[in-house]
Design a protein around this ligand. Structure first.
Ligand code: FDA
Length: 401
C-alpha cells in the first residue's frame, strides 16, 4: 500500500496536520479513539486556545523556534474554525477559551476537517519496522491482526510526549527521532502537582488561596491548592515547569502586597482584635490555624500587642515562604512533557527534520512546552498546520505519479 503522507498519532497535532495536508493521507493511532487528551482536557470542556498566546508563553531550549508557526496560525484562526463549526465557547479567565458544552465537539470538528481533506484514519493500529529506503518511508502497520506493509513519501511524527502513560503515552516519538539522526533533550514531567514527604500538608488538604508562586525564572499569580500529597492548583502546575529537583519554591501569600498596611490600620482601629482573627479575614481560616506550625510565624496576642517590626516580620515571612518539594506526581498526572525532540534539528517553518527530508515532527513531541491555559493546544494546532501546509505545497509541486 502506498500513501503520500503517513501521520503517526491522531491527537491534536496529527489531526490538524491531516486536515491541511494534500494527497493521500493515512493517520494511524494505537488508541481506540482519536484525540483522547482533547476529550479529557479542561475538565471535559477543552481549553482549546489562549487569546493572548505569545512565544513568551512557551519553554524550549530555543525560545525563538515556536515564533514562526505561532505567527502563521494564531488563536484567531482556530477560533474562526471553531465558529465555522458552530461550536459555542467562552473565556473562563486570563484569555483561556473553553467549549460551552463538551470537548468532544473539538474532536468531531477535527474528524470532519480530516474527512474533508480526504484523510483516512486507522485506530487500534500498531506501527513497527520504520525505515527510509532512500526515496520513501517504509513501515509495518498491524490492525485487526493483519499486517500491512506501507510506503509513504512523508512521515509525520505526532505521537506526543510521555505524560499519562495510562492513556498509552510512551517515549515512542523520541526513539523514532533518534533513529533518524535527531537529538532529544532531557525530558521531565511538567504542569504537574508537587509532592511533599509525610503528608506535610494533609491537615490543610482542600484549602485554596490566591498566591504569587516562584521557581527558577517562573513567577505566576494564580490559585494554589493544598492536597493530601502536597501542593496543586494552577499556580503550582505553572511553576512546576520552571522547578529543578531539590530547589525551593517561594510562595507569596499576600500577592497584592497590602497586608502590612491593612494590619497597621486595623491595629489603630481595632487593637483588641486577636491577630489570628484579623489574619483570618485575609487568608483561609484553616491556613491561619496551621501557619505557626508550617512557617514558624508567631501569631499570639492582639493586634495592639504587635510592634511595627513584628508586623513587618510576619508579613515578610508570609510573602517569602520557601518550601522544597520532595518531587512531583510525575508523568502519571502531568499535563505535558517538558523537553523533547531538539528543535535545532527541525525547520521552524515547515517542522521538517534536517537529518531526514520528508520526516516532520509536530506537537508535544518537540521541545516546545506551553504554560497552563490553552497554550499547548495552540502549539499543537500551529505546528500541525505548519507541517500540513508544507506537505500540501510539496504535493502541488510534485504530485504522486
Ligand atoms: P497527543 O498526546 O494529543 O496525541 C498523541 C497521539 O499519538 C495519541 O492519540 C496517542 O494515542 C498516539 N500515540 C502515541 N504513541 C503511539 C504509538 N506508538 N503508535 C500509535 N499511536 C501512538 N492543553 C491545553 O492547551 N489545554 C488544556 O485544557 C489541556 N488539558 C489537558 C489535560 C490533561 C489531563 C492532559 C494530560 C493534557 C492537557 N493538555 C491541555 C495538554 C494537551 O493535551 C497536549 O499538549 C496535546 O494533546 C499535545 O498534542 P499532540 O497531538 O502533540 O499529542
Amino acid at each position: 500500500m502506498h500513501v503520500d503522507t503517513l501521520i503517526l498519532g491522531a491527537g491534536a497535532a496529527g489531526m490538524m496536520c491531516a486536515a491541511h495536508a494534500a494527497g493521500r493521507t493515512l493517520v494511524i493511532d494505537h488508541a481506540r479513539a482519536p484525540g483522547e487528551k482533547i476529550r479529557i482536557s479542561g475538565g471535559g470542556r477543552c481549553n482549546f486556545t489562549n487569546m493572548y498566546t505569545e512565544p513568551e508563553n512557551f519553554l524550549s531550549a530555543n525560545p525563538h523556534f515556536c515564533k514562526s508557526a505561532l505567527g502563521r496560525y494564531t488563536p484567531w484562526d482556530f477560533i474562526a474554525l471553531v465558529d465555522a463549526h458552530g461550536i459555542k465557547w467562552h473565556e473562563k479567565t486570563l484569555g483561556q477559551l473553553f467549549c460551552d458544552t463538551s470537548a468532544k465537539e473539538i474532536i468531531t470538528m477535527l474528524r470532519a476537517e480530516m474527512t474533508r481533506a480526504g484523510a483516512e484514519l486507522w485506530l487500534q493500529t500498531q506501527v513497527a519496522n520504520l525505515s527510509h529506503d532512500g526515496s520513501h518511508f517504509r513501515a509495518a502497520l498491524t490492525r485487526e491482526g493483519k499486517t500491512h506493509d506501507i510506503t509513504a513519501r512523508h512521515l509525520v511524527l505526532a505521537t506526543g510526549g510521555k505524560s499519562i502513560p495510562k492513556m498509552g503515552a510512551t517515549g515512542f516519538a523520541y526513539d523514532v527521532a533518534r533513529q533518524f539522526g535527531m537529538d532529544v533533550t532531557e525530558t521531565r514531567a511538567a504542569l504537574v502537582p508537587f509532592t511533599f514527604p509525610e503528608g506535610r500538608f494533609a491537615d490543610l488538604s482542600g484549602t485554596a488561596l490566591p498566591v504569587r508562586a516562584s521557581a527558577g525564572d517562573g513567577q505566576f499569580d494564580e490559585a494554589m491548592l493544598f492536597t493530601h500529597r502536597g501542593l496543586s492548583g494552577p499556580a503550582m502546575l505553572q511553576i512546576s515547569s520552571y522547578w529543578q529537583e531539590g530547589a525551593p519554591i517561594t510562595l507569596d501569600l499576600d500577592p497584592g502586597g497590602r497586608l502590612l498596611d491593612t494590619l497597621r490600620q486595623q491595629r489603630a482601629q481595632s487593637g483588641r482584635r486577636a491577630l489570628k482573627t484579623e489574619l483570618g479575614r485575609h487568608l483561609p481560616a484553616r491556613l491561619v490555624a496551621a501557619l505557626a506550625d508550617h512557617t514558624g510565624c508567631v501569631l499570639t496576642g492582639n493586634l495592639a500587642d504587635q510592634s511595627d517590626a513584628a508586623l513587618a516580620e510576619l508579613c515578610d515571612r508570609l510573602r517569602h515562604w520557601q518550601l522544597t518539594p520532595g518531587g512531583t506526581e510525575g508523568y502519571r498526572t502531568a499535563e505535558v512533557t517538558l523537553g523533547g525532540i531538539d528543535t535545532g534539528g527541525v525547520s521552524s517553518k515547515t517542522m521538517e527534520a534536517r537529518s531526514q527530508p520528508g520526516l516532520y515532527v509536530i506537537g508535544e513531541a518537540l521541545d516546545v512546552t506551553g504554560w497552563l491555559g490553552g497554550y499547548n493546544f495552540q502549539w499543537a494546532w500551529a505546528s500541525g498546520v505548519a507541517a500540513g501546509r508544507a506537505i500540501a505545497q510539496r504535493q502541488q509541486q510534485a504530485p504522486l505519479a
